[in-house]
Write a new protein. Structure first.
Length: 307
């Protein structure tokens, strides 16, 4: 009988909500210990922010990113306590890549929290210096949207481009505000089923993050990384990494490079992965998996929050 291979996937910014992790902590001492450690490391009541909000503070990216990491790792520790099968691969969507690295033992929880807090701060600062935005485009092929973005870049002299290839029929573009709006107009004219401006004031995964990426690389260089216990399938290259230096390099590229999520998932399926477990709040990645390949088994730790 063929061995069943499992991958753990970790959500990124956008999956947060007020109340996340509360039920999990009520049910599990290991989850409570993770949040208590996060509060101590960061010197703020991160757990209270996750459980009780307010949403405005939780949605501030410098808080969102460590809150997501802490919640995902709390869910992971409960999986481990319950004897869930170990993954053959780990991957994370954008900021979720840091949760995946903690899960694989390549990055300590303490260093992961501090890195994502600074990542959020730098991204917010970059958005203030170079205002931009992001938008989901539903129902266009990647090639069509790339052609639209290229035409708008040439016309405006400013950047707009694909930031996330999430699944068939769902792409996210990112860029300066005026070219972003023009690209959305053209996408609608050329048959996009829907365009949705995201509630962010930054142009993540684009050249508008170049200054933030340069400073973040210095932080990465000063942070110890270890050989992961299982390969990380990286956003920037949609293939596995097992070497600390290559992981550090991929994380340095992440702020300015598109998230190649659909490719990453297909690569894992091609290696024989038949089961994906989304580790963290909500079920955003589970929904994307359904559109990438309906034949794979999908599970989510969101159910743990109700036990």
């Amino acid at each position: 009988m063929r061995e069943t291979l499992c991958a753990y996937v970790f959500p990124g910014q956008g999956s947060q909500y007020v109340g996340m992790g509360r039920d999990l902590c009520n049910a599990s001492s290991v989850a409570r210990a993770v949040f208590a450690q996060a509060d101590s490391i960061l010197g703020i009541a991160l757990s209270r922010l996750c459980f009780d909000g307010p949403s405005k503070l939780l949605n501030d990216t410098s808080h969102t990113q460590p809150a997501m990491l802490a919640t995902s790792i709390a869910a992971l520790r409960v999986l481990e306590e319950r004897g869930m099968d170990s993954p053959a691969y780990v991957a994370g969507h954008s900021m979720g890549e840091f949760s995946a690295l903690v899960a694989a033992g390549a990055l300590s929880f303490e260093d992961g929290l501090r890195l994502v807090r600074e990542r959020g701060r730098l991204m917010k600062q970059a958005g203030e210096r170079n205002p931009g935005g992001m938008a989901a485009v539903l129902g266009l092929e990647r090639e069509q949207l790339e052609t639209i973005c290229a035409a708008v870049r040439e016309q405006s002299g400013k950047y707009v481009g694909i930031a996330n290839d999430n699944c068939p029929g769902q792409l996210v573009i990112s860029g300066a505000l005026v070219p972003l709006e023009r690209a959305l107009e053209l996408a609608k004219e050329r048959g996009a089923r829907r365009v949705i401006r995201l509630a962010v004031s930054i142009a993540a995964h684009s050249p508008l993050m170049t200054e933030a990426a340069a400073e973040f690389r210095r932080l990465l260089d000063a942070t110890p990384f270890h050989k992961p216990t299982v390969p990380l399938v990286a956003n920037a290259i949609a293939s596995p990494l097992t070497n600390p230096d290559s992981i550090r390099h991929a994380l340095g590229r992440q702020l300015t490079s598109p998230v190649r999520w659909a490719e990453s998932v297909r690569w894992m399926i091609a290696q024989g992965v038949t089961r994906f477990v989304e580790v963290g709040p909500k079920e955003v990645l589970t929904g994307l998996l359904r559109r990438i390949d309906r034949t794979v088994e999908r599970a989510s730790t969101e159910a743990l929050y109700q036990t």
